[in-house]
Design a protein around this ligand. Structure first.
Ligand SMILES: Nc1ncnc2c1ncn2[C@@H]1O[C@H](COP(=O)(O)OP(=O)(O)OP(=O)(O)O)[C@@H](O)[C@H]1O
Length: 211
């Protein structure tokens, strides 16, 4: 499969420190790729740059042959193409699980008639049936991580999934479940890129990029 997401000579510097330089990476539909390296080497920063959330110091990124330079272009990519799983989950703590998921569905224009069905299905898929009315702050870290996966599952158009330490707070069973969902995304043709410190989790990727 030909490459869809490509980095061209990507470099990132903070003050006088170079985190990474001259990265020429290619990602094709169906790729599942792990980013590894010691703490502070710039894995999260690379994920943010690939996700068009941060600008590199130099170099460019193309998606489907296009450089996404405008704010509108980035907004469309974030709305239709890219899904994130951040280390802090980026959930609204005071809101219920359902309300957090409704927000995600509304932001991508899913009609309200379809929302409850999609939410029920996604919560079932991450073993959180019955959690819909619980405020996020009452959930454990691992449960919140699974809500973050459910939020990706309900957005079916995603072509690029960027996940920062997606299994960090999970026990072995839930780690396997989350990685299975990420593999399903890749099997359905998405590019999945995730950071990890865990060697077993890294070994589940098709390719490891060691920074
Ligand atoms: N806005 C910023 N200002 C200053 N330093 C920053 C900024 N963002 C990141 N850094 C530094 O850049 C380095 C890389 O951070 P990053 O979070 O990408 O590393 P990481 O490899 O993901 O680390 P970890 O494995 O610990 O999560 C760190 O030393 C961090 O302190």
């Amino acid at each position: 499969m030909s490459a869809l997401l490509i980095t061209h000579n990507l470099t990132y510097r903070i003050d006088d420190r170079t985190l990474w330089e001259g990265l020429n990476l290619t990602f094709s539909p169906g790729d599942m790729v792990a980013l590894t390296g010691e703490s502070g080497c710039g894995k999260t920063t690379l994920l943010n740059v690939l996700g068009l959330l941060e600008e590199p110091s130099s170099g460019t990124i193309t998606y489907d042959g296009q450089t996404i330079a405008s704010r509108k272009g980035r907004r469309l990519m974030h709305r239709n193409v890219m899904g994130f799983m951040f280390q802090n989950y980026a959930l609204v703590e005071q809101w219920t699980v359902n309300r957090n998921l409704i927000l995600a569905l509304r932001s991508v224009g899913i009609p309200s008639a379809d929302r409850s069905r999609l939410i029920r299905r996604a919560l079932r898929a991450v073993n959180l049936t019955g959690y819909g009315n619980r405020p996020i702050y009452t959930l454990s870290g691992g449960e919140q991580q699974r809500v973050a996966i459910a939020r990706l599952l309900i957005r079916q158009s995603l072509r690029v999934i960027l996940a920062d330490e997606p299994t960090a707070a999970l026990d072995a069973d839930n780690r396997a479940m989350v990685m299975r969902h990420l593999r399903d995304f890749a099997d359905s043709g998405a590019i999945v890129i995730y950071t990890t410190h865990n060697e077993e989790t890294a070994a589940l990727a098709d390719r490891i990029i060691a920074l």
